[in-house]
Design a protein around this ligand. Structure first.
Ligand SMILES: [Zn+2]
Ligand SMILES: [Zn+2]
Length: 215
């Protein structure tokens, strides 16, 4: 636990608290995507001062995480660091204040949605799957997606083979309006609203029609 006993804080003197905390407190999900696992303890450097009966804590915290590069899928270790921690606790004179949850929350919020082994990671070859950071595979990646042959059968042709003729019985359905009697008025209202919109629309077209006359 990261705890500050405010009775130890002297007036006008910042109380420094440096230490480590087990990264188990982060409670990272086991099924995270990308995978996230603690690769070391949380380290923190905090400075606490009292403002009347209130406690103000500033500082930084960091934890290394094991994950994978989003481009090349290599296992990587990345530090998650929060440099501008700032916590404020009201009326805590002569009390022990537990900062663990606050530090945990700030670190979790600082975890990005994806990681890269380096800003210029070359990723993997789309042809052979080789990691291009480690070796050049020699694949002709410009030919990875060949131009489609216009004479070849298109997968979209199968859509033309589908019988998408309108179903005529669907129009008869509203005639048997015994059970959905309550729904029928609602439909009329929406239709009325659409009509009012439709009536307003031509008016706009008239005003819009003036523009060409100026030309
Ligand atoms: Zn990478
Ligand atoms: Zn390749």
């Amino acid at each position: 636990m990261i705890v500050i006993n405010t009775s130890h804080i002297l007036p006008d003197t910042p109380y420094l608290l440096d230490g480590t905390e087990s990264s188990d407190v982060l409670e990272l999900p086991a099924d995270a995507d990308p995978p996230l696992a603690p690769a070391g303890d949380i380290t923190y450097h905090l400075s606490a001062v009292m403002a009347g009966a209130d406690l103000i804590v500033t500082g930084s915290a960091s934890v290394p995480l094991a994950t994978v590069c989003a481009r090349c899928l290599d296992d990587i270790r990345v530090p998650i660091t929060v440099k501008n921690l700032c916590f404020h606790f009201e009326k805590v004179r002569d009390l022990e204040v537990d900062l663990t949850d606050d530090v945990r929350e700030e670190l979790l919020l600082a975890i990005p949605s994806c990681f890269y082994c380096s800003p210029d990671c070359k990723g993997i070859c789309p042809v052979c799957g080789a990691n291009l950071n480690h070796a050049s595979c020699g694949c002709d990646r410009d030919q990875a997606e060949p131009e489609p042959d216009p004479a070849a059968p298109s997968p979209w042709d199968q859509l033309d083979a589908l019988n998408l003729a309108p179903e005529k019985p669907a129009k008869k359905a509203p005639a048997t309006a015994e059970k959905p009697a309550k729904k029928a008025p609602a439909k009329k209202k929406t239709a009325g609203a659409a009509e009012t919109l439709a009536k307003k629309a031509p008016a706009k077209k008239k005003s819009g029609g003036r523009a060409p006359k100026k030309d």
